[in-house]
Design a protein around this ligand. Structure first.
Ligand code: ZN
Length: 208
């Protein structure tokens, strides 16, 4: 599998495209804005975009979802349905930041712990990691020891838990019970900031 990170919006959210080298089938994870830039990257890269994956329902991770789904005629997978209230409040979320360009949608498939989704021959297992939001999921590829992490764990930090239905203890439990056991070699793309791996965070992250 290959990937490219495309930071979007003033929140520099790490939207990324993952693709299967042999078929060039691709997924876009957390398209949080700047749909034109994403469409250009996808078309110039000759990717066959097949799915949109969402880790959670915060506006800075989902704002371009509806536009991409319509443009490429592809389904939206995730997050877990406890984030329904976040997705339904897309308008309110954007208004707080004076953003007036957003498009409402409902995911085609909610995902649950234990589900798996594919991109060509690449398989991702779903882990439900609440705390930042109640329906936050992460996408884990065991073959390449790779995680699309969203806003659960960052390099040197963890996700905020002061939002509605966020919970710090739940967040830390998600990380300690589900993410750290995956193993030190697992690399991850967080929702914001540089990539890291589980071993580095286990040793040096002050929140763990
Ligand atoms: Zn978030």
């Amino acid at each position: 599998m290959q990937y490219i990170i495309i930071p979007v919006t003033t929140f520099t959210q790490n939207c990324h495209i993952i693709w299967d080298e042999s078929s060039r089938k691709a997924v876009v994870v957390d398209p949080g804005g700047e749909p034109e830039k994403l469409i250009t990257t996808i078309e110039e890269g000759n990717f066959k975009l097949t799915k949109i994956f969402l880790t959670h329902g915060h506006f800075d991770h989902i704002n371009a979802s509806a536009i991409l789904a319509k443009y490429f005629n592809i389904p939206i997978y995730g997050p877990q349905n406890e984030d329904d209230f976040w997705i339904k409040s897309l308008e309110e979320q954007n208004k707080i930041f004076n953003i007036f360009e957003y498009y409402n949608f409902t995911p085609d498939y909610w995902l649950e712990e234990g589900d798996s989704v594919t991109c060509g021959s690449i398989k991702f297992d779903i882990l439900h990691c609440p705390g930042h939001t109640p329906g936050h999921i992460i996408f884990v590829n065991h073959a390449d020891k790779f995680i699309s992490m969203g806003d659960v764990l960052f390099k040197g930090s963890v996700g905020r838990s002061d939002f509605p239905r966020g919970n710090y203890q739940t967040l830390i439990r998600s990380i300690k019970d589900k993410i750290l056991p995956l193993g030190d070699e697992y690399q991850f793309i967080p929702g914001h900031g540089p990539m890291s791996n589980i071993g580095h965070e286990r040793k040096s992250n002050p929140f763990l």
